[in-house]
Design a protein. Sequence first.
Length: 400
Amino acid sequence: MNQPSELRLRLQSLAVFRRLLSDPVVEKFNALLTALSGEETEALIGRYSDFAAALYEYGVSFSSYLLTLALEDENVYMLCRAEGKEPSPILEEAVEAELETLRAVSAVSCEEIQAVIREKGFTGFLPRWECGTLDFAEIYMSRLRSIHEYGYGVFAKYTTFMIESGALVPVKHPDAISLSELGGYQRERQMVIDNTLALIEGRPAANALLYGDAGTGKSSTVKAVANAYAERGLRLIEIKKNQLHEIPHLVDQLSKNPLKFILFIDDLSFSKDDDNFAALKAILEGSVSARANNLAVYATSNRRHLVKEDFSDRQGTDLHVTDTIQELTSLSDRFGLTITFQKPGKQVYLEIVHDLAIQNGIGLSIEDLDRQAEAFAIGRGGRSPRAAKQFIDFLLSEGN
């Protein structure tokens, strides 16, 4: 191990990765290095255990923890490379030196520090942690070469986001639904997949409207597709209807990001005098995808025409009633891709039930399964993928 005082000074010299010094685990390690330089045995043991306790909240490998911090750090060098710019030689030199500092810090073993404590006469138990010989520089540069898949900063750590007070906030526990869990609607789902792959691969992608009956899996399809392609650099941003005015700002913020983004608006509909109607209309007419080819708007709705139209709209005092009606009913036509999810017939509904039953190890015979599934659907107002899922959950709760 290098002299503790030297390592501490090297940590303090960080500039590109300076944010790492405020990380709670790194702060505890810095305090431990300080204690090694001369504090009394009791204080040293306390600093040692403080560090171990902080690390244990994330794992037992200090090397892996420190490397992850470096890879997820949104620093000036990472942003420069993400935007395709060439960093200055001065910046390159700093990054190379600082990655070596982080590697040296991560390689400090618990056994080395324990030896110092034992020399002071302590013979009791001391917690351990793992350290390795990870090549920080090689791994970091490799990650930069694949930044369009991994992202940087908060986008490297999370895959789903929402908007709060005008800022992007990660969803720490998003819906983990997968495509394999969804039954039926293969054709409709494939249309969403194909459009999403076009977005990921840099080909023209359409803004998409998924509309149809409630419970047919529209929202689940969008979330499952986003989960399926997260490792290829796809991120999902959930937007509420009253946040539509935030989209132009998001476009400006994300247009240079190497990742791809779905701006997801769930359960969309408007009243005729809704201010958000004009906001979405402007967004779609302005073609978000044309201005930023790494974004697409995906919306779901139970209504083919997104604006609720009253009978009075057809008999109003407007001199151009036909134009007014067309304005109200044509918003959905501004989506480049419209996909219909209709309620399934009996055969499709039972196929979904069968798939879910196999996935969940339901032991009923096909005859019993079908009979109970039909009765369950009648009690839930009709057949739908949601009713099928609820039926299987009911069987599981009953121990079938």
